[in-house]
Design a binder for this molecule. Structure first.
Ligand SMILES: Cc1cc2nc3c(=O)[nH]c(=O)nc-3n(C[C@H](O)[C@H](O)[C@H](O)COP(=O)(O)OP(=O)(O)OC[C@H]3O[C@@H](n4cnc5c(N)ncnc54)[C@H](O)[C@@H]3O)c2cc1C
Length: 266
């Protein structure tokens, strides 16, 4: 049994978000972090590893510096890592990203007992589409928004979070799960894990590695193969200071009603 976890390196949105004049994100000028939901996916995989001794492989598609993130995940306990990186893959939207990641996961190999895990959503693109798209392309059953999971034999019982409650779903391996923060508290790297991380295998899948997969075609990957286009992105202007009216008397209420009427809100 093995678990393949897809992890995305994302800009730290708690800091400055920089946008290029052409509307694309200026990723080079921003600090990066591991996408938070993906940390929960990694922790879930490592817990299963603690229980069963299974192998955990972490996969990311991104530029070469994303290797550092894979080493961090190996220091947490992942066994090996795969960086999916090529000029041909740059500019991919969610459709193209999932084509490429699905091809990478296929190359690693998904067998009967295996699980593919993703975060629910990346905090930059924010679409929550990549996990379900990978599942579709690999013909795997999927459960999204997993808040609890228990594996018994080849069945996983998942508590799936909904807006107003939970749904319990049983799914058979091989399958794909997308994980949310309610699932667990990610562990820290250990000191021995940090030393050991540099001995663990880290492979790069470039265009040449994946090009023979039918999912990899110039019309389905990269900017040219992306059916969606970013029209514009920008940093919204800071909001002005609000107006506070104090008091609960009739005069204050009339003043508030006057302001709202003048702005055509009421
Ligand atoms: C026209 C266009 C051009 C773009 N160009 C670029 C670009 O040049 N560079 C760029 O970085 N982005 C680019 N993007 C954004 C990029 O397409 C998305 O960030 C990416 O497809 C993932 O979508 P998402 O962030 O909404 O992920 P979600 O669907 O919200 O992610 C869900 C989960 O999928 C997995 N996942 C998602 N992406 C990856 C990944 N890369 N590696 C491993 N796991 C992953 C993670 O587990 C994640 O939690 C572009 C988008 C468009 C529309």
């Amino acid at each position: 049994m093995k678990i393949i976890v897809c992890v995305k390196q994302v800009p730290d949105t708690s800091g400055k978000v920089a946008v290029n004049p052409d509307g694309t994100l200026n990723r080079a000028s921003m600090e990066t972090i591991i996408n938070p939901d993906d940390m929960n996916a990694v922790e879930a995989a490592l817990k299963l590893k603690d229980e069963t001794g299974c192998k955990v492989t972490v996969v990311t598609m991104g530029p070469p510096p994303a290797m550092g993130m894979l080493r961090e995940l190996m220091a947490m306990g992942a066994d090996d890592g795969v960086l999916v990186s090529a000029r041909e893959f740059g500019g991919s939207d969610t459709y193209a990203t999932s084509q490429i990641l699905a091809a990478a996961v296929k190359r690693i190999g998904v067998e009967k007992d295996d699980i593919v895990m993703c975060g629910r959503q990346a905090i930059d693109g924010d679409t929550a589409q990549v996990g379900p798209q990978i599942a579709e392309k690999l013909h795997l059953p999927q459960v999204t928004y997993v808040a609890e999971m228990h594996k018994t034999g080849d069945t996983i019982t998942c508590k799936r979070m909904l807006e107003d409650g939970y749904m319990t779903i049983k799914v058979q391996t091989p399958c794909l799960l997308t994980c949310i923060k309610e699932l667990n508290n990610p562990r820290y790297m250990s000191v021995s894990g940090i030393f050991g991380a540099y001995e663990k295998p880290l492979e790069t899948f470039g265009y040449e590695t994946l090009k023979d997969d039918p999912l990899i075609d110039p019309t389905t990957i990269g900017l040219k193969g992306s059916p969606t286009n970013i029209f514009k992105s920008f940093t919204p202007p800071a909001k002005g200071v609000g107006l506070m009216l104090e008091g609960d008397d009739k005069g204050t209420c009339e003043k508030l009603a006057g302001i709202l009427t003048a702005k055509h809100i009421i």
